[in-house]
Design a protein around this ligand. Structure first.
Ligand SMILES: Nc1ncnc2c1ncn2[C@@H]1O[C@H](COP(=O)(O)OP(=O)(O)OP(=O)(O)O)[C@@H](O)[C@H]1O
Ligand SMILES: [Mg+2]
Length: 204
């Protein structure tokens, strides 16, 4: 089973949105488990409507779901993990995805997360730029250039800023089930992210 953990020290950067949509897209490829590892239980709340494709559970239920033929496990983790939690998650995961918004504060916290990961010897991580404002804003490109100059590994795919994600979480459906042009693009963004993640899992 391939384990993908969505991790980050900062709150509100799109961890839950990323975990939900990555798991939704992976469900088309193979049997997928979505694990809510955050005591706030946002992911389980989202799943409670019954509209998510992956089986969604809390971390306590993970042992019961082992050896049940799941191909992918996506873990939504809580913000501000301790260094021990980071080490445990890094060791348990095939790949860590670290979402960040393009704001300076968010990028700074991302670099701190990377330092913690390096301290525990992990290199199986990629950043994901989320909530990128539309053209003519250059915030997304600037954030990418900055992170590249810091040697931070990033997915090439990014996720645009769009209200469709708030609509999706408000009605507890994945964005693929929201009927609007923005929602269509929003889903395309996560499909692109998923393609890249699948390629990285192949290499791992
Ligand atoms: N690409 C996006 N465009 C616009 N809004 C977004 C996007 N991604 C997420 N959001 C919204 O931003 C808010 C925070 O997102 P989310 O809950 O995924 O972050 P989080 O990192 O899991 O937060 P927390 O640390 O509180 O668990 C939510 O209201 C969500 O709907
Ligand atoms: Mg969350």
């Amino acid at each position: 089973m391939k384990v993908i953990t969505v991790l980050g020290f900062k709150g509100g950067v799109g961890k839950t949105t990323t975990a939900v949509h990555l798991a939704q897209a992976l469900s088309r490829k193979g049997k997928t488990l979505l694990v809510d590892g955050d005591a706030n239980r946002n992911t389980l709340g989202w799943a409670s409507s019954g509209h998510l494709a992956p089986t969604t559970i809390s971390e306590k239920q993970v042992p019961r779901h082992m050896n049940q033929g799941y191909e992918y496990m996506v873990i939504d983790s809580a913000a501000r993990p301790s260094p021990d939690e980071v080490r445990d998650l890094a060791e348990a995961s095939t790949l860590l995805i670290l979402p960040t918004t393009p704001e300076a504060m968010s990028l700074q916290v991302l670099l701190e997360t990377a330092q913690t990961l390096q301290k525990v010897g992990a290199s199986n991580y990629r950043g994901l730029l989320t909530m990128i404002p539309p053209h003519p804003s250059k915030e997304g490109e600037e954030a990418r250039t900055f992170l590249q100059s810091e040697g931070f590994p990033l997915l090439s795919a990014h996720v645009r800023l769009t209200k469709a994600f708030r609509d999706a979480s408000a009605s507890q459906v994945p964005v693929v089930q929201v009927k609007s042009a923005q929602a269509k693009n929003a889903w395309l963004d996560y499909e692109q992210v998923t393609r890249e993640v699948l390629a990285l899992l192949e290499e791992a």
